[in-house]
Design a protein around this ligand. Structure first.
Ligand code: ADP
Length: 296
């Protein structure tokens, strides 16, 4: 069967908080696929997602779903939306069952539909054994999976995830990434994060947001082109590392066979080293290296 196809167009979106402009004429078109919204804290990611989820009103601009303004189809849009916010909005006293049924009810689903979706989803997120347990007893990773399951209760066609792997250990992060990749079929999925490794391999498109502007966007190949021939690997000493770090050109360092290596971004061909294939994390470093809280 051919999948469900959608088109969500963002046109000249502006959001001002008083005199401060958090989003400055953002235009972008989403079609089915996984999109990574990348940028450091304060870039405007949450503002953008909250507007898409209709929790926040834009100052200017328009959002159009399949040719029709969103404001004219708010109810049907909200029924096809799943939004997983950053803070864990969990009612700790609820059991997982209560929580999922509660969210299903809020979404206006029929009882039988809630029951069958819950049964399916708790298995998918590997929480079927704790379906009748209180959320207060869940670990961080379990809570995050419970949130994802509840977000998916209405089989949303548009899924917005704000830092879905925040606070998880590396294994749990990978598990979450895999789940998202599986659930993403035939949907528009937008994942906001400042942790590149969480989205590097599951996203088909990347949107880099800085100070309310999209400064770079595209698929993996086109994004990596901006650093073509500019990423070099070289063995370094600790002293050299300090020097390069001062120059703000070290994307990452690692040991290999007891030797220290650095990936450096060499914009002007000033340094020696072996030219290597860029990665999305190099691009992130390149774009945001002047930001204090850039996390790779
Ligand atoms: P991100 O999610 O990328 O960290 P946000 O969308 O939360 O970015 O914030 C973008 C900018 O807007 C930041 O400078 C933030 O301080 C500012 N901002 C966010 N919410 C408000 C608000 N309610 N009032 C004033 N400024 C805000």
């Amino acid at each position: 069967m051919n999948g469900f196809k959608m088109k969500l167009e963002i046109k000249q979106l502006v959001k001002n908080y008083g005199s401060f402009t958090a989003l400055d004429h953002i235009s972008y078109t989403f079609e089915n696929g996984i999109y990574a919204l990348l940028g450091p804290n304060g870039a405007g990611k949450s503002t953008f997602m909250n507007i898409l989820a209709m929790l926040l009103k834009e100052t200017q601009g328009e959002i159009i779903l399949d040719g029709k303004p969103l404001v004219k189809q708010k109810k049907s849009f909200l029924n096809m939306l799943g939004y997983m916010p950053q803070q864990q909005c969990l009612y700790e006293d609820f059991t997982l069952k209560d929580f999922m049924y509660y969210i299903g009810n809020l979404k206006g689903m029929k009882k039988q539909e809630i029951i069958s979706r819950s049964q399916y989803l708790v298995k998918e997120v590997k929480l079927e054994d704790v379906f009748y347990k209180k959320l207060s007893a869940f670990s961080g990773g379990m809570k995050q999976r419970a949130m994802l399951a509840a977000t998916l209760i209405n089989d949303p066609k548009i899924l917005i995830l704000d830092e879905p792997t925040a606070g998880l250990d590396p294994m749990k992060r990978m598990e979450m990434q895999n789940m998202i990749a599986i659930f993403a079929k035939d949907k528009i999925v937008l994942i906001a994060t400042h942790v590149v490794s969480d989205v590097e391999f599951i996203s088909s498109k990347f949107i880099f947001l800085k100070e309310g502007h999209i400064i770079l966007q595209g698929d993996r190949i086109s994004i990596l082109e901006c650093l073509d021939q500019k990423v070099k690997e070289r063995e370094i000493t600790i002293e050299e590392y300090q020097k390069y770090k001062q120059a703000n050109i070290v994307s990452s360092i690692y040991y290999r066979h007891d030797k220290l290596f650095a990936r450096i971004i060499d914009d002007h061909d000033e340094y020696s080293g072996e030219v290597i294939t860029p990665e999305i994390s190099d691009v992130y470093f390149y774009l945001f290296r002047d930001e204090k809280d850039a996390v790779l």
